[in-house]
Each structure stands twice: as structure tokens, then as C-alpha cells.
Write a protein that binds this ligand. Sequence first.
Ligand code: SIN
Length: 534
Amino acid sequence: MRMPKVIDTDYLVIGSGLAGLYFAAHASEHGRVTIITKRGLRDGTTFLAQAGIASVLGDDDSFETHIADTLTTGAGLCNENAVRLTVESGPERIKDLMDNFGVQFSEHSDGRLDLGLEGGHTRRRVAHIQDFTGEGLMFKLENAVRSNPKITILENTMAVDLLSNAKYGKSNSVFGAFILDRNTNTIDTVIAKATVIASGGAGKVYIYTSNPDTSNGDGIAIAYRAGAEVENMEFYQFHPTCLYHPSAKSFLISEALRGEGGILRRADGTAFMNSYHDMAELAPRDVVARAIDTELKKSGDDSVFLDMTHLDGDFLTKRFPNISRKLLEFGIDMTKVPIPVVPAAHYCCGGIKVDDSGRTNIPNLYAIGEASHTGLHGACRMASNSLLEALVYAYRAAQEVKNSTLERPQEIIPWKSGHAVSSDEGVVVSHNWDEIRRTMWNYVGIVRTDKRLSRAKARIDLIRDEIRNYYWNFLVTPELLELRNLALVADLIVYGAQRRHESRGLHFNMDHPHRSEFYHRNTLLFRGVGPSHS
Ligand code: SIN
């Protein structure tokens, strides 16, 4: 532990994925930026993104077609203005990446972009860097931010809570955050004109997830605690195809494989997607994940199989070098044998409610990327629309923050660490963590019922009570902060799911199996209307 410090900056960015870094690069044109990230710069979800960025780039495509596909996949809950804004801004953002950040997307031999196809899309429109798009993007953006003298990067640093003028008897506006330096276990204070949450999703709330260990909804939780509005948390997306292997930790098998002709088969070799949807393997993700779930429950098998063996082997290894290599490490040659796959939690379609410039309901607090809810995805996100959304809203927020002015109290009340006794009960944290993730998987997964949701709520309530006592009695640790955030996010998901008595997009409840006009609306949660924030 060292003496706490106060850091002054113009824009504080919490999170270091595509949205955070792209915002930082653009916002640095008119101010100083401080990025905090709880592990290394590359430890977020973007780095793992395989498929790419959806945008209207092909001769046979149009804005209207991309908009229509997004609306259909979103099952009636997309905000049409957000969809139009995002889709129409796409080509300009892609050009910015190529011209100003040096991103090189995969191309055909004649120099045209090689566009991928994924579920829900009726045209090829996914710009990609083979099958490691996220890694390729992060490499370029990391170079841009690390070499920019106006950007400071604090790794191993996590947000504890936002600083709000409401604590000083004024109207609620945010002026920075308390942050935990994990290297020294010190809580510092950052003062900023604008605070931007870009901390990604919350896949770790489920036991099986394609997300990295960092994705536990920290940003959504701290924003909710500060009074931000949060929407549609019940729409958690499960990716249909993650590798089923004891040591693979839900390695993603990109939807782009189905875009190139992959076929989903039962263990006995029969293809089944045609009996679930006209678009078969390329149906929206909620349909494919539910179909796989149904097949597994019927057969009792551990996995279904994605068959690529009918496609040219050279093509597969060139188009999917990352996935081919990884599969070979597990002894699976996808050119010869079908790949065992199962669904896993993948993307948070809800999040912190924002307007078309990433502004939340709290002055000087912004949210971008997966932590935000712009209305683009509705009840089910169309594949590869999210990296596009991250770029569009990060850019717009970077223009908007120019107008922020710092409002802060004269004296800031420093962070107080409860009774500050060092915890020797780390095991309690990990037990609670496991229990939340299992509860969510078992009761708040792909298929839900009223009873399962009530069970989940009762368990999450108990755990949150325990954390409340624990949290205030012991020295704050990163694990405890993450647990507290994870439990709140789980509560937000369950709370939203319990209030939607219908089935729509990613929320499927067997007790209410149909779509209902009454629920043709967003689920808005905030302190007072939603789970307890403490
Ligand atoms: C994938 O590669 O299948 C993931 C793409 C996405 O989630 O948008």
C-alpha cells in the first residue's frame, strides 16, 4: 500500500476494448485521456473477437437491407433510429480504421474486401482479418494509444465506484471515480470532466462463457449504483457454437464457419437446423442456440457437431487459421472430423441506457460498447453488429465530450475502507462466485420458467446480503469488488427476466412461450425500480 493520489484528467475511460481505445484516440484530439483497465490492455473481449465488423460494403448490399436484417433479428425491440444511425455510419468508421489506424482487412486477390456472412445477415457484409479480427484491431489501436502523449494508460487498475455530486447534496452528476491500483492495493481518486464506461459485458455471470475472465459487468454495476438507468438485461445472448472439450474453456467456434457452409449435426450425423428455421444454420442466434439446447435435452448427448468436412481443406485453413490451429491443439482436424460444439454465454444485449452520443441519464457519464444499451440490438443482437456499434458510438461520444464542463465539490471525501481488516476468507468469495454462476446457468439460461427465475432470485438475494456484510467488514480486494459487481449484474438479469412475461428473442420462458404486444417495450431499471443498488 502507498499514499493515495488524486489524478486530474479531462476524460476518464473505464475499459480498454475497441470502444474504449477508439474513443480515447478520437477524444485525445481535444483533451487528456486516462484509460484504466483492470488487467492488461489486451485482456478484454475485443481481443478474442473472431468474425469481424458488419457494414454495408458490398455491391449487392444497401443500408436498407442491413437495417431490415437487424430489425428482424432484434425481434421487435430495436430502436430504429439507433439502427439507422449505426448502419449508415458504418462505412465511414471502417474507412477511418483503414486510413488512419492502418487496419488491413482480408481482401480478395483483386483488392476487394473479402466479406463474411453470419446468422441473420442476408448479404455478405462482415469485414474481417481472417479469423482473428479482434486481435488485429487491438494491435493497431494499442499502437495508436500507447504512442499518443495525451493518453495515459493505467493497467491493473479497476474502478471501485463513480464520484457523484449527489453525495455532496447537489444534483447527480459524475466527476470521475475511485480506482483501485491492484499493484499496490491503493485506492486513488480520478477527477474528470467526462467519465466513459467502456468495460464490456458480463459473460462471467454464467459458468460457461466465451468471454475472458475480465467480463463480469463491472461498468454496468458501478453505473447502476450511481443512479444510471439500465435496460433489457434479460436479453443475454448465448453463442450457439463453443468448442466442447474439457480443457477448452468455451473456445469460440465463429459463426463465420456456418457462413461458409458449416452444417450442424446430431451425434448420429443428421442435420437438424432445417426443421427449426428457413435460414437453417444462418438463422438468428437465439433460434440456433435454442435448437441446439432442444436437441441436447432430447438426446441426452453432451454436444452437437459442426461439420466442415465437405468444404475444401486448404480454404478452411487459410480462412480460419486461428480456429484450425486451436482445434489441432485439442486433436481435432476440422477438415476431417466434425467439431463438437455447445452454446455458451456470449454477449450482453442490454446495458446502461444511452442516447445517440453515448450519454447516460447522469450528466458527464457516458457508456459505449457492450456495457451500453443504444437500442441497436433489440431482443437479439445480429452477429458482428456490436463492433460496429462500438466504433460508431465511441466516435460520437468522443465528439460530444468536448462540451463537458467539470462540476466538482471543493473538497472530496476520501475513500474509506470499512474496518480495513485484511480478509483471510478468500474462499468465501470464490464459493459465492461459483454459486452465482451455476445458479444463472441452471435457472436463467437459454430456456427459463417462472419457477426457475424465482429460485435464482432467492439465491442471488441471499448471496448479495452476505456480500453486503462481508464487503463493508473487510479490506477491499479486486476479487471482492468483482464479486459485488457480478452479483448485482446477475440480479439485474433475473429482475428483468422476471418482469417479462412473454418469449421474445433471447428471453424464452416456457410459462409464457409467445410474444406479447404488451411487452413490446424495453425493461427499464434504475435505483428505486430495480434490485437494491447497495
Ligand atoms: C463469432 O465469431 O461467431 C462471434 C461474432 C459475434 O459475436 O458478433
